[in-house]
Design a protein around this ligand. Structure first.
Ligand code: 9WN
Length: 438
């Protein structure tokens, strides 16, 4: 979406409220997803937040991404959390003393001056950088924004494509459910079942101080998250040996979308861009080849360790709709699946749920096991528009705006009743609302 920054345009009450959420979450250098549940900087949250922030302050949007990329590791990874040193250690678990980035991550090149986690999140960053640039190209050029971002983004994509092709088929694997960003999606149940949970008494969940236990992952889930993360840490964050490795359609589709954005950035800087375009197309072909499941009418995750597809329908399998070079018949099938009984869009639901309405594990309140989230719906709205589904995109846009406003910018909502779950005043819900209003 190309946007001209126009500070004099009329401002709606929803825009004012969304801007106030972002203002309240601003720390001076970045924005927290939520003051209560997530009081640090998160990687893909910051990318989505910058996409909204650019409409109120292109400078703040640039700063958001500058701060995140300043915490990049020498091996190219962008950590999923950048910790705010002024927040007490017990405000969020796992805290810096769990990740120990500056010591355990030394070989992988973790920064010395800032504490981070050692895992990653979906690569929405090049896309965000490009959209932030477009909001005010003059300011961006004057501040050398793209020149500064480009080598870092290129190193980030290199890390993913070279160190994380654990399946050997050209796609990137995630090594922890927190990396894919949909933490307790039923898609992870099978690969996680092989992981021995860390004992419950070995850690304390800070999330339950703020969130209702019915809306959050279970203690058993947490035991497994902790085991996977501490094993990774104890290997010095070296890639390749972990028990959990999954090729996820949304993670890879976002990498491809970002690769297209990186080609545009390269072109703008006068560098060669055709190799990146070609790579994005090759990656799209690999995604179709490895993850498309005709019988399900969508993409499925692939369990790399077991060498088989994961037979669960998660929203991540619809997100490749945002890809421009997706074959037409696949795009049409994805739209049919999204509007059919498994996701219900335009029928039983106004927003696309995070998981199959008919799936055995479906739960309308529990985090990524059914509730609807605004970031995934924003991505699908863009995908519908890209593939010429204007009516459906308009209806989804309306649904997102209504839900965001009525739920006080909830983190996620019950897909049937739109009842707010998790935190309210949530960063990306407000930011992507702002984006849709422009
Ligand atoms: C773990 C910050 C993050 C999002 C994730 C969401 C949730 C964290 C948690 O919050 O994950 O990274 O503690 O539950 O699942 O997508 O980036 O908003």
């Amino acid at each position: 979406r190309t946007v001209a920054y126009d500070p004099s345009s009329t401002v709606s009450p929803l825009q004012v409220r969304a801007a106030a959420v972002l203002e309240a979450g601003w720390t001076g250098t970045s924005t927290v997803p939520s003051r209560s549940l997530y009081p640090h900087q998160w990687s893909w949250d910051s990318a989505f937040i910058a996409i909204g922030l650019r409409h109120i302050s292109p400078l703040r949007a640039q700063t958001e991404l500058d701060t995140l990329l300043a915490a990049q590791w020498a091996d190219g990874r962008i950590p999923h959390i950048v910790f705010n040193p002024s927040v007490p250690l017990d405000a969020y678990f796992p805290s810096p003393d769990f990740w120990r980035s500056s010591t355990a991550g030394r070989t992988a090149g973790a920064p010395r001056t800032v504490q981070t986690s050692g895992i990653v999140q979906p690569p929405v960053h090049a896309l965000a950088v490009w959209l932030v640039h477009l909001a005010d190209p003059g300011l961006s050029r004057a501040r050398g924004f793209l020149t500064r971002m480009y080598p870092r983004l290129a190193a980030w994509h290199r890390y993913l494509l070279h160190r994380r092709d654990l399946g050997g088929g050209g796609l990137v694997s995630v090594v922890h459910p927190w990396e894919q960003g949909m933490d307790n999606s039923p898609c992870w149940d099978r690969p996680l079942s092989r992981v021995t949970p860390a004992p419950a008494r070995s850690f304390r969940r800070a999330d339950l101080d703020h969130g209702s236990p019915e809306d959050r992952p279970t203690d058993l889930d947490y035991g497994r998250y902790v085991r996977l993360a501490s094993d990774y840490r104890d290997r010095g964050y070296a890639d390749g040996a972990g028990e959990f490795a999954v090729e996820d359609p949304a993670f890879n589709a976002l990498l491809i979308a970002s690769e297209y954005a990186l080609a545009r950035i390269a072109h703008e800087l006068g560098a060669a861009s055709t190799a990146r375009q070609a790579r994005a197309e090759r990656l799209t072909a690999a995604l179709v080849e490895r993850l498309w499941e005709p019988a399900a009418g969508m993409f499925l995750c692939r369990d790399v360790r077991a060498g088989e597809p994961i037979p669960e329908r998660g929203v991540s399998g619809l997100i490749p709709l945002l890809l421009p070079s997706l074959p037409r018949d696949l795009a049409a099938t994805l739209v049919r699946t999204m509007c059919g009984p498994h996701f219900g869009l335009g029928g039983t639901t106004r927003l696309v749920p995070s998981y199959d309405l008919l799936g055995e594990a479906f739960d309308p309140h529990r985090y990524w096991r059914g509730p609807a989230w605004i970031n995934t719906n924003w991505l699908l709205e863009g995908g519908l528009r890209l593939h010429g589904e204007r009516g459906r995109a308009d209806a989804l846009r309306k649904g997102i705006l209504h839900t965001a406003g009525a739920s006080d910018f909830a983190e996620y909502v019950d897909p049937y009743t739109a009842q707010a779950c998790g935190a309210t005043g949530f960063g990306w819900t407000a930011a992507l609302t702002l984006d849709l209003l422009h």
